[in-house]
Design a protein around this ligand. Structure first.
Ligand code: SF4
Ligand code: SF4
Length: 175
């Protein structure tokens, strides 16, 4: 059996306070809680007070290529910009990228040791727009790529594997 972790989003309850962005970026800072920059958060709020749009979106997979097209959604009379609901860290936008390095960000459900009872964004969402559930399903746990592996993959896509290997070899000679 494998454990499936689910964060349910009730967008009607989101008031755009962005506490989730603040705590996610602080929890993942190195050292932990040493900084607080929403651009480093793995949850971002689609935020447009004039249109009454507050929609939490979680960072998903890294992808080296753009989509072939774009989608525009209209829900309850509100039109959402292209790519609004896409979770990918992709080349067509700056969302879900570490702002200094450009490396991809991905929600890791706040994996930590010891484990948290609930992810940090859920704990800090005082409006209950985010709620957490776990369930068990048939199947094996899939090994997840580590943050370092994700970063290396994106660097290899950008610069080529040979350059990465050369750089690592030079660095290991220095140390
Ligand atoms: S903490 Fe909750 S209410 Fe505040 S922006 Fe995030 S999801 Fe919305
Ligand atoms: S579950 Fe954790 S890593 Fe994912 S968005 Fe929420 S605070 Fe960030």
């Amino acid at each position: 059996m494998k454990k499936v972790k689910v964060i349910k989003v009730d967008a009607d309850k989101c008031n755009g306070c962005r506490a989730c962005e603040a705590i996610c970026s602080a929890f993942h800072a190195n050292p932990k809680y040493s900084s607080n920059n929403p651009e480093r958060s793995r949850i971002r709020i689609l935020f447009n007070p004039l249109k009454d749009v507050y929609m939490p979106v979680f960072a998903g997979e890294y992808t080296p290529s753009e989509c072939m097209g774009r989608n525009v959604y209209t829900i309850d009379g509100k039109q959402y910009d292209e790519c609004s609901f896409c979770r990918a860290s992709c080349p067509s936008r700056n969302l879900f990228k570490e702002p200094d390095s450009g490396l991809p960000l991905k929600c890791d459900m706040c994996e930590s040791d010891p484990p948290l009872a609930e992810p940090m964004c859920v704990q800090w969402c005082l409006s209950d727009a985010l709620t957490y559930e776990e369930r068990e399903e048939e199947g094996e746990e899939e090994p997840q790529a580590s943050e370092m592996e994700l970063g290396l993959e994106s660097l290899a896509d950008k610069y080529g594997m040979d350059k990465i290997t050369d750089a690592v070899a030079r660095m290991s000679k220095k140390s």
